[in-house]
Design a protein around this ligand. Structure first.
Ligand code: NDP
Length: 295
């Protein structure tokens, strides 16, 4: 299959590497050296513009920070929209927002191009292993087309509903991740202050009902060790919580818990900067509490 992949960031790059091993792949990245280096390493072709990258592709995949950048990518004489040919399929793996992606889908439908939102979960390690969970919003026929392509890097590929449903599912998932991370950071700093060993506290949580992905993986691998690798930016998690809040407000729901989590993430983002990793919110909590969670 002729596939184009646009957005070789932390997670896009390993996803695209799986496609390069299987399909005829063209890549594009805003910082063009990254696309050229990827193409040389993986036997792909680097397009100079989004239009050029998409020109011969049956399927185009985008993986950018937010839906806003995806919509902007369509614009202009060298934009993606000009490259998409009637009958092509655009799969957006960005963790985006439902309203913008529905607008994009309507715009592309006028050109005879199909659209699926297909955000992913499983992190950079899951992308490298080809075991991502993928949450798809599309009509049934488009989902079946997309599934074939997504199987290059996905293990569980779920059809959630019409366009926008994948983004909605992903936002709620990441809102739960944010709440778990923050609550765990607060709880552990309290336990350490009370004289409990951080390692023992995490072990006990993981054998009890308070456990989560954050307690089972993120905290043991990154906080107890003090390693803080950069895999998923805190700014992106903050964006996801904002999407989840909008989703709930649009359904006339109140979410005081998410409002607080979003406020804390926004404060941590303002202090730590745009490149900080999401788990560093715990470092920020440690700093405010005056203790470290190590062991
Ligand atoms: P990164 O910040 O690592 O990469 C972002 C990518 O988007 C880069 O290729 C960057 O190009 C490009 N980009 C940024 N701004 C623009 C723009 N204005 N126009 C065109 N291209 C742009 O993000 P990730 O790869 O981590 O995340 C991508 C998406 O996947 C996000 O929606 C994120 O929430 C989601 N996601 C990420 C996960 C992770 O573990 N990292 C896990 C699950 C989902 P350049 O190289 O020039 O900076």
């Amino acid at each position: 299959m002729r596939v184009a992949f646009l957005g070789l960031g932390a997670i896009g790059r390993p996803m695209a590497a799986h496609l390069a091993a299987r399909d005829s792949l063209t890549v594009w990245n805003r910082t063009s050296e990254r696309a050229r280096e990827f193409a040389a390493t993986h036997g792909a072709v680097a397009g100079e513009t989004p239009r050029e990258a998409a020109a011969n592709a049956e399927v185009v995949i985008t993986c950018l920070p937010t839906s806003r950048e995806v919509e902007m990518l369509l614009e202009g004489p060298d934009g993606l929209e000009q490259g998409l040919t009637p009958g092509a399929l655009l799969i957006d793996c960005t963790s985006g927002d439902p309203a913008t992606c529905r607008r994009i889908a309507r715009r592309l439908a006028e050109r005879g191009v199909s659209f699926a939102d297909a955000p992913v979960s499983g992190g950079v390690s899951g992308a490298e292993a080809g075991t991502l969970t993928i949450m798809v919003g599309a009509d049934a026929e488009t989902y079946n087309r997309a599934r074939v392509v997504l199987s290059a890097f996905g293990k569980r590929i779920e059809h959630l509903g019409p366009v926008g449903a994948g983004h909605a599912m992903k936002a709620v998932n990441n809102a739960l991740l944010a709440v778990n991370l923050i609550a765990l950071g607060e709880g552990l700093t309290g336990l350490v202050k009370a004289g409990v060993s951080a390692r023992t506290a995490v072990d006990v949580l993981n054998a009890s009902s308070g456990r989560s992905f954050a307690s089972e993986s993120l905290v043991p691998e990154r906080v107890l060790t003090g390693r803080w690798p950069q895999t998923f930016r805190l700014a992106l998690l903050d964006k996801d919580v904002g999407i989840a809040l909008t989703l709930l407000k649009d359904s006339d729901m109140l979410s005081p818990l998410l409002e607080v989590a979003g406020g804390l993430l926004a404060s941590a983002r303002a202090e730590l900067g745009e490149s900080a990793d999401h788990v560093e919110v715990i470092r920020w909590i440690e700093h405010r509490a005056g203790v470290q969670i190590r062991g």
